[in-house]
Write a protein that binds this ligand. Structure first.
Ligand code: NI
Length: 337
C-alpha cells in the first residue's frame, strides 16, 4: 500500500476513537449528572421528612408541656380541696371536743345530784342510822384503836367502861374471826366498829377490784355479827389513793386518818405514848388519836391518858360523832383526819 493512502486512512481511524471517547465521556457525564440530581432530590426528600418529624416532635413537646401544666393546676386545685377538708375536719374535731366538755360537765352535775340524794343509798348499803348528839359546847376527842381485836382488847374495854369512855375500833377481818364476841361487845358498850380491811394489805397497791375484795371481806364479817355494815373505814398504814376513795364513796362511808400519831407500835412504852399525846402538837379539841389495842403497853397508856384528859374536861366521842360535830355532815368517799 502506498504511504499516501496509509496516511489518509490513519486520521479516519483516530476520529472514530475520539468520537467514541467523547460519547463515552458524555454518557458518563450524563450519568453523573443524573446521579447528582437524584442524590439532591433524595436528600431534599429526607430533609423534608426530618423537618416534618421535627415539627411533630415540637407539637408533642408542646402537648406534653400543656398536659404537665394542666396536671399541675389540677394538683393545686386538689391540694386546695384537701386544705379545705382539713380545716373542716379541725372545726369538726373542735365541735366534738366542745361536746365532750359539755357531756363531762353534765356528768359532774348528775354526780352532784346523785350525792345530794345519798341517804337512800346509805340505807341500801345497810349502814346504821345514828343520833350524833350535840357536843358543840364541849372539848371532844376521838380515840381510835387499829389492828385488833387482840388479847388485850377485853381489858381495854373494861377500863373504858369504868370511865364511860367511848372509842372507835378499826378492826381487821382476820382478827374478827378470832374475837367475834368482842365485836358485839364493842357495839353494845357504845363504841363504833370501823373497817380496817381483811388482811392489812397496802390498798394503794391493789387494783380497784382488789381494794373492794379486801374491804368487803371485813365489812361482811362485821355485818354478820352486828346486823349492819361498818360506817367508817381506815386504810392499813394510812395508804390511800383515788381508787380507795372511790371504793369508800361506793360503800357510802368516809376514810378516816388521824391528827395525833402516838407511835405506840414503835415505842411500846407508856411514857413515850403519853409524851406524844401531851406534846405541843398532841391532843387538842377535835383530835383523832391513833393507837393499837394489840399491845399491853397501849392499854396501860390509855388508862393514864384518859384519866388526865377527863381531868382536863374532855369528852370522849366516836369518830362519826366527832366528824358530824365538826362538819355538820359526813361525806362518803371523803378523807378526814
Ligand atoms: Ni393498821
Amino acid at each position: 500500500m502506498p504511504l499516501k493512502e496509509t496516511m489518509a486512512l490513519k486520521p479516519k481511524k483516530t476520529n472514530r476513537w475520539l468520537v467514541a471517547c467523547v460519547v463515552i465521556i458524555a454518557v458518563l457525564l450524563a450519568a453523573m449528572a443524573t446521579l447528582s440530581v437524584y442524590t439532591v432530590l433524595t436528600l431534599s426528600e429526607q430533609q423534608r421528612t426530618l423537618d416534618s418529624q421535627h415539627q411533630q416532635l415540637l407539637a408533642m413537646e408542646s402537648a406534653m408541656s400543656d398536659a404537665a401544666s394542666k396536671a399541675e393546676s389540677d394538683l393545686a386545685e386538689k391540694q386546695q380541696q384537701i386544705d379545705g377538708q382539713q380545716s373542716q375536719l379541725a372545726e369538726k374535731n373542735k365541735a366534738i371536743s366542745d361536746l365532750e366538755d359539755t357531756v363531762s360537765s353534765l356528768k359532774t352535775q348528775i354526780s352532784l345530784k346523785h350525792e345530794a340524794t345519798r341517804t337512800p343509798q346509805q340505807a341500801e348499803q345497810n349502814l346504821p342510822t345514828r343520833d350524833y348528839g350535840d357536843f358543840s359546847e364541849k372539848k371532844i376527842v376521838a380515840l381510835t384503836f387499829d389492828d385488833g381485836p387482840g388479847p388485850y382488847t377485853a381489858r381495854l374495854l373494861d377500863e373504858l367502861k369504868k370511865r364511860s369512855v367511848r372509842a372507835t375500833f378499826f378492826v381487821l377481818g382476820t382478827r374478827v374471826d378470832s374475837y367475834p364476841e368482842l365485836i358485839k361487845r364493842m357495839e353494845k358498850e357504845g363504841h363504833v366498829v370501823g373497817n380496817h380491811s381483811n388482811g392489812h394489805k397496802n390498798l394503794s397497791k391493789l387494783t380497784p377490784a382488789g381494794i373492794k375484795t379486801e374491804m368487803e371481806l371485813c365489812a361482811k364479817k362485821i355485818e354478820k355479827l352486828l346486823g349492819h355494815k361498818p360506817e367508817v373505814m381506815r386504810c392499813p398504814g394510812g395508804n390511800y389513793n383515788t381508787a380507795v376513795l372511790n371504793y369508800a364513796k361506793e360503800a357510802g362511808i368516809p376514810v378516816i386518818q388521824w391528827g395525833v400519831d402516838t407511835r405506840d407500835w414503835e415505842s411500846r412504852n407508856v411514857n413515850a405514848i403519853l409524851n406524844k399525846c401531851f406534846a405541843k402538837n398532841g391532843i387538842k379539841d377535835g383530835s383523832i388519836v391513833l393507837m393499837h389495842d394489840i399491845y399491853s403497853t397501849t392499854v396501860d397508856a390509855t388508862v393514864q391518858m384518859v384519866d388526865r384528859l377527863i381531868a382536863e374536861g374532855y369528852t370522849f366521842v366516836t369518830v362519826p360523832e366527832l366528824i358530824h360535830d365538826r362538819e355538820g355532815k359526813i361525806e362518803a368517799g371523803k378523807m378526814y383526819r
